[in-house]
Design a protein around this ligand. Sequence first.
Ligand code: HEC
Length: 298
Amino acid sequence: MNNLRLSGKFNLIFLTAFLVCIIFSGLALSSILNRNTESQTVAKAQIMLQTMDSVRNYTSTQVNPELAPRIEKEEEFLPQTVPGYSAREVFEHFRSKKEYAEFFYKEATINPTNLRDKADEFETELVKHFRDDANAKELTGFRPYASGDLFYIARPITVTMESCLRCHSTPEVAPKSMLATYGKENGFGWKLNEIVGAQIISVPFIETINSSRQILLFVMLAVCIMFSITILFLNLFLKQTVIKPINQMAQVAHDISVGKMDTEFQQTSHDEIGVLANAFNRMKLSLSMAMDMLNNQS
Ligand code: HEC
């Protein structure tokens, strides 16, 4: 450090400070962005789940009462009366847009009426978790998917009403039209208060992560550019106000030391360098007076 020039020392300190700042601010920003990404994803999933619940609610309070009589009379079952069906259909429509293709909604059921609702291995584990822990009202987490992780929110589906058992207990009591459409094999044997499945919404996590990486990169780049410009200006300033005047003073002092008494220290400013130049000029004056006195005596 002692062997370095003034500008070298100055730049070394400045670069060290810059590196420390950039590392700490980068870490802080990335952790804030990560947390932000996570909360955005959670919020997105919660809104979708609430929307699906509203669709289910609309179906059971407004559509079902209108169509229920037809289920008994007609040969073909009307799945439009089933909340789970309408939620799934609405969601499939939503997913048909390319940017939402990786959003998923499923009423994953261990023994479903419609086999498209059959719980896979992962979903079965979630249902088991709900069955084992009666207090668990919601599970969240990540699930690997081809294009990256999916964030999911899962809630238990419980048979809360006696009326459900009409169609989900035994084929004997189920509407004929339903048996004609779905058969007698699946979706029966459910019990009151049993947890039969899990309502699961999954949203992609990767997209939001990418956008926060872009923000991080952009901010870091902007900070680097600003620091570089600052270093450049400070170097110019240092050269102009400190290094150049000091070099000039050194040259003048050298000239005086070899006897060129007609040169003067230039005072170009009123800062510490200027004060120093002034002091040197006074010293030069005393020196030449002392030398004159010596010369006169001899
Ligand atoms: C009128 C008969 C009927 C009644 C009553 C009924 N369901 Fe269903 N439920 C069905 C049919 C049919 C399906 C399959 C719909 C489809 O094609 O997606 C189904 C699907 C479901 C599903 C999706 C998983 C699966 O089995 O495919 C769940 C969960 C479900 N019902 C729960 C309930 C609950 C809880 C109740 C009581 C509040 C209830 N159901 C009442 C007929 C009924």
